[in-house]
Design a binder for this molecule. Structure first.
Ligand SMILES: Nc1ncnc2c1ncn2[C@@H]1O[C@H](COP(=O)(O)OP(=O)(O)OP(=O)(O)O)[C@@H](O)[C@H]1O
Ligand SMILES: [Mg+2]
Length: 248
């Protein structure tokens, strides 16, 4: 559901880790409501790209604009950006000593200064939305990986983000739990959430993405709608990558 209004705009972004050039003149614009799937070989810079968008990684050159504003470097503006850009990682990163509901309500109470009762009520509604309202009072270790990842998604949504970044959200899951997490992501996408999703789940890319980005060696090599990308990848590297991941 792309709207034609840019929300995330990267312009000739460059990033080095010491001598290693990990993002190489990356330019990318993601519209409000758009779902962009990022694929590419290990080490191509996919995680770095995600982390740069909510400024977990500073960049060396180029610009990133979020919702009309250049990314802030620090202070309150940075905290605001982080709350507006939800992030879900491969490892669920829940607080082990807090219940699922406490995990979800914590950000709204601490950062958004919501009243605890209201934050818990909204948190419960979010847990219901991701299908785990009945797990609210358990601790993360008592949940399956798929349930923990859905809790992590609910926790990010509790901040009422304008965009969500997912970095291989299903790669650490047992196969039978991948579907339940992808279902939540698919429904978020259909509700109009702006999403950047690093994933190897090509079914999700085909069905939920507006565009597929292929990265290799820190460069954005292809940027095309999924039907076009899968039917007719233009670069040799993308063809090679697809032949490897689609044959098993
Ligand atoms: N903090 C860091 N310090 C030094 N090098 C790093 C750091 N983080 C990542 N790199 C390097 O930057 C390159 C890009 O890493 P990145 O994690 O973005 O790749 P990726 O595409 O997400 O790979 P994967 O599919 O394995 O997750 C890699 O060569 C990686 O080793
Ligand atoms: Mg990665």
């Amino acid at each position: 559901m792309a709207t034609g209004e840019p929300l995330i705009v990267l312009d000739r972004v460059n990033k080095w880790f010491g001598p290693l050039h990990v993002l190489h003149d990356v330019s990318l614009s993601v519209d409000k409501g758009e779902v962009v799937v990022v694929i590419g070989p290990s080490g191509s810079g996919k995680s770095t790209l995600c982390r740069a968008i909510n400024r977990l990684e500073p960049i060396n050159d180029g610009t990133i604009v979020f919702d009309g504003q250049p990314l802030p470097a620090e202070g309150k503006a940075l905290a605001k950006l982080r709350s507006e850009v939800g992030m879900v990682f491969q490892s669920f990163n829940l607080f082990a000593h807090k219940t699922i509901l406490e995990n979800v309500a914590l950000g709204p109470i601490k950062v958004r200064k919501e009243k605890p009762a209201a934050a818990r009520e909204r948190g419960l509604a979010l847990l219901d939305r991701v299908g785990i309202a009945n797990q609210a009072d358990k601790y993360p270790a008592q949940l399956s990986g798929g349930q923990q990842q859905r809790a992590a998604i609910a926790r990010a949504l509790a901040m009422q983000p304008k965009a969500m970044l997912f970095d291989e959200p299903t790669s650490a899951l047992d196969p039978e739990m991948v579907g339940e997490v992808l279902d939540v992501m698919t429904s978020l996408a259909s509700e109009g959430m702006t999403m950047v999703v690093v994933t190897h789940e090509m079914g999700f890319a085909r069905h939920a993405a507006n565009r597929v980005i292929f990265m290799a060696d820190g460069q954005l090599v292809e940027d095309a709608p999924p039907t076009e990308f899968f039917a007719n990848p233009r670069s040799e590297r993308a063809r090679d990558f697809l032949s490897k991941i689609l044959t098993h």
